[in-house]
Design a binder for this molecule. Structure first.
Ligand SMILES: Nc1ncnc2c1ncn2[C@@H]1O[C@H](COP(=O)(O)OP(=O)(O)OP(=O)(O)O)[C@@H](O)[C@H]1O
Ligand code: NI
Length: 333
């Protein structure tokens, strides 16, 4: 069912609008993304920037009050063309999804063991193979399949639920793995194991999309980084190059907010998605703004001399300086 040469994920011109009583919420606007096999795509951005909506859009799990424009292809398939049953089969067999709130992700009336084995078998494994793979993935995360098998999901702690879902992603050969904050509630050792497991998945050829607040985790995973702000993809860069010198002023601000880089929070408030500014969404908070930034929204363009980086920014020479360098004057104020 998978086209062999297709990327695990390709998103073109994706916009998502929620119709609410307060008016339309512009959760995502004109997003283009590509995730090749065997690579990481790390999505970062502050709370409300649209990260989880992106995951839901890819999974076609958005609520009914949603207008979606653009195309999303998973392993060469446009899921919009599938009916409910085919969509469900496709998701179970080709996709692994680690949701942001594991508590609501596991069927509350099913015992953990039989639920996990059923989900593992949907990825095409025999019962025996499913059991072996699950047992091993759980053991790496310090969980014993036999000890948790007869429990119900609510009888597991939040951290255990997170680990159960992370382990499930390791089963079979999903073409695309989407992990929304996979390290929530895990201590440093388990974060290490989780990073290693995600790396195993890329090693086996999966495309792995990781959504995270944890910039250190993003840096460790590498691959490419997609920076969201107010529902726009404001920068797309190799992760290493982003951390060396972000191209977008918002990226620069995020890094400057890290404790080890000065801990200066970005001034101002996130975008009001029911009434976004007419220009660049970051303009009201941007210390480097120029008159152009007030509108219209800049289109993505390659960073000068770095064709594998794209930025939505009017600055003729985007920051591209080691983060915090131009903020030192603020710190001295
Ligand atoms: N069903 C919905 N109806 C209306 N607005 C919604 C709906 N779902 C999400 N939103 C809004 O869309 C925006 C993006 O939400 P999203 O959950 O993607 O943020 P996020 O980047 O994942 O944040 P966090 O880091 O807190 O998880 C938010 O302003 C949110 O309130
Ligand atoms: Ni989220």
């Amino acid at each position: 069912m998978t086209a062999p040469s297709a990327d695990p994920l390709a998103v073109t011109g994706l916009s998502v609008r929620f119709q609410t009583r307060a008016g339309p919420v512009a959760a995502l606007t004109e997003i283009d993304l590509r995730l090749p096999a065997g690579e990481f795509l790390v999505v970062v951005g502050e709370s409300g920037s649209g990260k989880s909506v992106l995951a839901s859009a890819i999974l076609r799990a958005l609520p009914a009050n949603t207008d979606l424009a653009g195309t999303i292809s998973v392993a060469g398939h446009d899921l919009a063309t599938l009916d409910r049953a085919a969509l469900d089969r496709f998701r179970r067999s080709h996709l692994a999804y680690i949701p942001q709130s594991p508590a609501t992700a596991l069927n509350p009336v099913r015992r953990v063991g039989s639920l996990l084995l059923e989900l593992a078998r949907a990825r095409g494994l025999s019962p025996a193979a499913a059991r072996v793979t699950l047992r091993q993935a759980l053991a790496e995360l310090d969980l014993d399949l036999d000890r948790i098998a007869r429990r119900y999901p609510h009888q597991l702690s939040g951290g255990m639920q997170q680990r159960v879902l992370n382990a499930l992603a390791m089963v079979g050969d999903p073409a695309l793995v989407i992990a929304d904050e996979p390290t929530t509630g895990l201590d440093a050792d388990l974060v290490d194991v989780t990073a290693a497991q995600l790396r195993q998945l890329t090693g086996r050829g999966a495309g792995v999309l990781v959504i995270t607040h944890d910039l250190r985790l993003a840096q460790r995973l590498g691959g490419r980084l997609a920076l969201l702000y107010g529902g726009y993809l404001v920068e797309s860069s190799p992760t290493e190059e982003f951390f060396a010198a972000p191209a977008h002023p918002y990226g620069d601000g995020l890094l400057a907010a890290l404790p080890e880089r000065g801990g200066l929070p970005i001034p101002g408030q996130p975008v009001e998605l029911t009434a976004p500014p007419p220009g660049c969404p970051f303009e009201p908070r941007c210390e480097l703004r120029i008159p152009d930034c007030a509108g219209p929204v800049p289109t993505p363009r390659p960073v000068p001399d770095q064709p594998d980086r794209h930025v939505r920014c009017y600055l003729p020479a985007p920051p591209m300086v080691p983060a915090t360098a131009h903020r030192s004057t603020d710190a001295a104020r």
